[in-house]
Write a protein that binds this ligand. Sequence first.
Ligand code: G4P
Length: 535
Amino acid sequence: MPKFNFMSFIEEIERRRTFGIISHPDAGKTTLTEKLLLFGGAIQEAGAVKSNKIKKGATSDFMEIERQRGISVATSVLAFEYNDIKINILDTPGHKDFAEDTFRTLTAVDSVIVVIDVAKGVEEQTEKLVEVCRMRNIPMIVFINKLDREGKDAFDLLDEVEQKLGLRVTPLSFPIGMGYEFKGIYNIWEKNINLFSGDSRKDIEETIEVSDLASSELDVLIGEDAANTLREEIELVEGIYPEFDKEAYKNGELQPVFFGSALNNFGVRELLDCFVEIAPKPRPKQSDTRLVDPEESKFTGFVFKIHANMDPNHRNRLAFVKIVSGEFKRNTPYLHVRNNKKLKFSSPNAFFAEKKEIVDISYPGDIVGLQDTGSFKIGDTLTEGEILNYKGVPSFSPEHFRYINNADPLKSKQLAKGIDQLMDEGVAQLFTLELNGRKVIGTVGALQYEVIQYRLEHEYGAKCIYENLNVAKACWIEPEDEKNDEFKEFKQVKQRFLAKDKQDQLVFLADSMFSLQMTQQKYPSIKFHFTSEYH
Ligand code: G4P
């Protein structure tokens, strides 16, 4: 085995950038991802990255869901090199019913790029996802897309981003015109101008550079009026917005904004060049016992996603592990902390543009895919022996609830196993009612019920039927203290509405938001938590 080389280990960490692209569906996440891969030389032509979107109307089209699952395995991690920087893009599903997957993936990124459609502005899904990033101080860069179309005024949009997303922005590029009048981008970061030539749809952009705004060359290139407007606008930008400060960006206190058109490859190189320069390398991560630094020599990592094999004959799954510290090596025993068991992996996968390969060694920031026969659960931690657990991969309070019943009495074992494994994958959450032991499935989106039913049948040979249940919200209860009189009374009065989750934590299933409020008022010493991770 080669000796550990600390210097090259540090260099490997320094050159890694692991991030996610978040947006409301249709803002251009897939297109931007593809263009970034094109710049990295990881793919040769546009259209190579398949869309992982659940197309409208997919609720009744199960084959479509399966196909999408297949694609989402392939695009889970897209890695490429650019200027000797190793970039890992973690895919985040845009569909709102899969928002929980996205929240979990955000625990594994070191920064994000937020894509906003210039015409639609800040949309609902963007608001939710940015809020999660803001709470965790994740560094964010904003990319305003589709400048080739008519959209909102740039200053209005920047205001909207600040107000709706609660961000503090500073533009690092600025559009020259828009839609039909779109002429190009002034790059504040690099202090030059890239002019748009409308026919660059397929090829990587060609740009004409102008190094000085005051230069009369600008008037010749874009016309006197546009040149004067630009000069005024840039003066305004410099007057209104704070100067870019890398530390503030890295602390999540300031968000640089770029304008462009992903489809036309415009403004994408500027975004990428700035990204590799300012985006953070792998960051330290908090565990239940201490803050772990990526540069520590001992390996630690955690599972943020589990993907079932698409082939029903091979039941194994792929667990996606983010490496937090140390080197992950093939065929080396690591401690699975929750099970207190040593596990060795003979064929860990590393991810490249759209393929995966077995690797001997991976570094902090990287994602490895581990073959799993059912021992992993989302949130599990692996170490070289230290007992620690990474926090921050909670279950979120579901909003849809249904009883799940067995529809084929001969297959009850298969049903139990299937439900168990699908819950470990994080597809939905299982609650068992205290009163009668009935099983309830809680999900963030309604689409999951179809997915569960379909997958139970096709992967486990089990059949289920659902039954409606009048629950509006689930929340975790703290403390569970039998000596506390208020808790005792609460348990007695609310017995019908109490359940246990898979970790045996007590959950209150409120039948309406109103009754939840009333209950909270009545029992002030009890805390009602909206994520499972409140300890
Ligand atoms: P998503 O992953 O965020 O959901 O969005 P995606 O990239 O799939 O883009 C959504 C639609 O917006 C696509 O059109 C895409 O071509 C278009 N688009 C992306 N970037 C730009 C841009 O800079 N300018 C313009 N004008 N359009 C852009 P579609 O018709 O829905 O799909 P397709 O048939 O083109 O693939």
